[in-house]
Design a protein around this ligand. Structure first.
Ligand SMILES: Nc1ncnc2c1ncn2[C@@H]1O[C@H](COP(=O)(O)OP(=O)(O)OP(=O)(O)O)[C@@H](O)[C@H]1O
Ligand SMILES: [Mg+2]
Length: 233
């Protein structure tokens, strides 16, 4: 079953009366459990597409169905509930809360979801161990390396066991080896928990690592390789 269905998706930004066509009619379907990269040059529309799939912005036209929910016509409140309950986000700049420890950053998502304190702690500690940060749970972001901060961000994205994780250039600020380690970690979680991962990238190594590679140019899909057939999934 498709976890994402996108039809004729168009996004036009307007700034100072200038129109930018960021997406020009994207059709896309992603099956549950896929490990998919979106590649393309700077300005090709990768972030725009991920933001629309994640309900962080509204399309100009076209339809989006994510995790069985039709996003068109949802209110800001409904979109925010959907983001909280169905989707994990990982950003290029980690976006951790600086005054909170690694553990508190992860727990925060569960707090928003109304999970009780004992469960919050238990699940957050377990997930931080899973991403290899058992010893770092009480450190604040500035006391962690970039790779460690990004692993906290991965832990935060998956602690609520979302069906879908969207990652915008998750390895862009990491060296090659740390980036490869992060991809291994995401791939393991993809296999073990059947979480669907979609990540954007500029990096050839990351593209090669993906099971499916979608290339964007100028707001359109120009190639789509390695898609699992529906029989396989
Ligand atoms: N808020 C905005 N207002 C106006 N134009 C925007 C806005 N956000 C993006 N754009 C434009 O939309 C197009 C697509 O941008 P987008 O950020 O999706 O590209 P990208 O593929 O993620 O690029 P990068 O690899 O540099 O992150 C670009 O031409 C960009 O300038
Ligand atoms: Mg981008």
């Amino acid at each position: 079953m498709a976890i994402i269905t996108v039809n004729k998706l168009v996004k036009i930004y307007e700034s100072n009366k200038l129109e930018v066509q960021a997406l020009r009619g994207i059709d896309l379907s992603v099956e549950r459990g896929e490990f998919t990269a979106i590649a393309g040059p700077s300005g090709s529309g990768k972030t725009t597409l991920l933001n629309l799939i994640g309900g962080l912005d509204y399309p100009t036209s076209g339809t989006l169905t994510v995790a069985g929910k039709e996003l068109n016509g949802m209110s800001a409140r409904e979109l925010s509930d959907m983001r909280l309950n169905n989707i994990g986000f990982i950003f290029q700049a980690y976006n951790l809360i600086p005054v909170l420890t690694a553990l508190e950053n992860v727990e925060y998502i569960l707090l928003l979801q109304g999970v009780d304190k004992k469960k919050r702690r238990k699940r957050s500690v377990r997930i931080l161990k899973e991403v290899g940060l058992a010893k770092e749970i009480n450190r604040r972001p500035k006391e962690l390396s970039g790779g460690q901060q990004q692993r906290v961000a991965v832990a935060r994205a998956i602690v609520s066991e979302p069906e879908l994780v969207l990652a915008d250039e998750p390895t862009a600020n990491l060296d090659q080896k740390t980036g490869a380690g992060l991809l291994d970690l995401m791939h393991n979680l993809n296999h073990k928990k059947n979480i669907t991962f979609i990540f954007s990238t500029h990096d050839r190594m990351v593209m090669d690592y993906a099971e499916r590679l979608i290339s964007l140019t100028d707001g359109a899909i120009v190639s789509d390789q390695g898609k699992k057939s529906s029989q396989e999934s």
